[in-house]
Write a protein that binds this ligand. Sequence first.
Ligand SMILES: [Ca+2]
Ligand SMILES: [Ca+2]
Length: 281
Amino acid sequence: MNLFRTITALAPLGLLSANLQAGVVVLPGETIGTVADAWSSTNPGQQGWYFGDIRNSGTVGITKTYDRTSAAAAAAFPGSQGSLEFNLTSGADKGGLNQYFNSSAAVAAFPLLDLVGAAYDWFRSSSSTNSAGQAPALFFSIDTKTADGVIGVKYEPTYNGFGSSLPTDAWQTSTITGTTNLWSWNAPGRSWVFNIALQDWKTIYPNALVTGMGVDAGSGWNGVFSGAVDFITVDRTGTANDLFFDFQVADAAVPEPGTLAIWGTFGGLGLIAARRRRRGA
Ligand SMILES: [Ca+2]
Ligand SMILES: [Ca+2]
């Protein structure tokens, strides 16, 4: 777990960036999108991601503890493993991985109306002692372009068919579509409402821009949580603008900070379908 502590210790963004960028690999073999989206091929960096809102003893890092490796990653980098691991020691802990979409970022802000959906895989270890309905969530930051300002909307499995006792010790896929509920913690007049779907937010804020996204866990949770996230997909209008991120440690050797890798690349929704086909096989 030295790697984990190292990542935690890098919390000041500058250090984190420097170390992550040193080992970044752009995952070849998957579909690269339009030129506008192909930033990863010329500016691999950390793919726009940064660790955010890590509180108290919470730790978040790209580790091999809960491996999730796409077929393309396995083919391109034999032996590589990894996912984004979360470890929270108490209800006061929190941790996340975020990125902003803006004109200077890896991905530019885009109209909410162009957000078709998203998907991510998450893992809850049975060693977790927090509420059985809690797992890492996926959220979007939205500039409403109204007096309501910037809000956040969040997907949580428990509010979308996974119930109050989530599966443990096995990777799960959550898929967000137009009818998926996304709750907001700060939308004026609509916060802490759990039945507002993505398509409803588009109706409420038709001129809004999606200005960022992230995955997070904790804050207000009780007990210990151990789990992970991987395979984040964002489905945008058209087939060339979709995003896919596979968090990997670059090689099979014990990694040092300089070898940390975060892989991001772009593919169509075919990736989701392909994954499902493979799982179903
Ligand atoms: Ca699409
Ligand atoms: Ca991975």
